[in-house]
Design a binder for this molecule. Structure first.
Ligand code: NAI
Ligand code: 15L
Length: 280
């Protein structure tokens, strides 16, 4: 960390920001939000995706890169202090699709992190790592994983990769098991799992700058009523969400009700638990 850097847009963070922060998945839904909201934390934001991104503006760099390409990922990571890793397949897909961006991709990221001396990774994991828990259950980060598909399995692998790279090399990661991060909760299930963009940004700030996180797993959720997840194992992050799904309750509950035997009403992972098989 270089305390002499001038931070253009957020003097309140002076002394804290990074020199160069890499944001993967920058063309995606959350990437486009974080492209703006993470700027105060870094002198330069290096943005990457397999898809085209809006052209770089001041204090930005854009790099088109397929996470499945090892050499390209190593070049991408070179020179970065920290990584917010969002890139990859973000919904349930065939194993072959998930293999490229998520399994090979996370391996390439961690090997590049090791070789280039990156100090901190924030990994966008998912609630689908534990998607087969029932909505009647309340779990913390120590609950055995119950992935609900190939996508959830890939996020489970990513968390294990983070754990291994900490134990073996001392590289610290916070894995955020993001619930549902959209402008607003879209259905009854998301009343429990919703994470506002403001809370997402605050959480990522905590994940980047809290010292001594080792490998921490935190559930990414706002201050919703009736949550399924307990973040006491991540209390050291000091994450205190400011938003709640509650203001959206009336509009969400005006939607047609969901049948009691619908996976969206049974499992924490909702409909992801019933997708596939693929390619039969
Ligand atoms: P998204 O699908 O909009 O963005 C993912 C980005 O990754 C896309 O721009 C895509 O082009 C890029 N990508 C895919 N394969 C790639 C490859 N092989 N190489 C390089 N880039 C590749 O997803 P979203 O919603 O922005 O999510 C961001 C991250 O957060 C994802 O890792 C997702 O799994 C995770 N997440 C998001 C949640 C949400 O509610 N938005 C919930 C749980 C996890
Ligand atoms: C995820 O992991 C997906 O990336 C996102 O698109 C949502 O489907 C979210 O989970 C969810 O469970 O609502």
């Amino acid at each position: 960390m270089n305390e002499d850097k001038t931070i253009p847009s957020a003097p309140s963070f002076a002394g804290k920001p990074l020199n160069k922060l890499l944001l993967t998945g920058a063309a995606g839904g959350l990437g486009r939000v974080l492209r703006e909201s993470l700027k105060p934390f870094t002198t330069t934001l290096r943005l990457s995706d397999i898809a085209a991104m809006a052209p770089a503006t001041a204090h930005e760099e854009t790099v088109v890169c397929d996470l499945a390409n090892k050499a390209a990922v190593h070049a991408l990571v070179d020179g970065c202090d920290a990584i917010v890793h969002l890139g990859g397949v973000s919904v349930e897909r065939s194993f072959e699709e998930v293999l490229e961006g998520n399994i090979k991709g996370v391996f390439h990221i961690y090997e590049a992190v090791r070789r280039h001396g990156v100090k901190r990774v924030v990994f966008a994991s998912s609630n689908h790592v534990i998607g087969f828990y029932k909505q009647t259950e309340h779990i913390d980060a120590s609950a055995p994983k119950r992935p609900d598909g190939y996508y959830g399995l890939s996020k489970s692998f990513g968390e294990d990769m983070a754990s291994f790279y900490f134990d073996r090399y001392g590289i610290e990661t916070v894995s955020i098991r993001i619930g549902s991060s959209f402008p607003e909760p879209l259905n009854r299930r998301m009343m429990h799992s919703w994470l506002s963009y403001r809370d997402l940004t605050t959480l990522i700030e905590k994940c980047l700058f809290t010292p001594n996180v080792k490998h921490t797993i935190v559930y990414g959720m706002s201050d919703n009523q009736g949550v399924w997840w307990d973040n006491s194992a991540a209390a050291h992050l000091g994450f205190a969400p400011q938003d709640s799904s509650e203001p959206f309750r009336a509009q969400v509950e005006a939607q047609p009700s969901v049948a009691a035997n619908d996976p969206n009403a049974i499992y924490q992972g909702g409909g992801f638990t019933a997708q596939g098989p693929f390619g039969d």
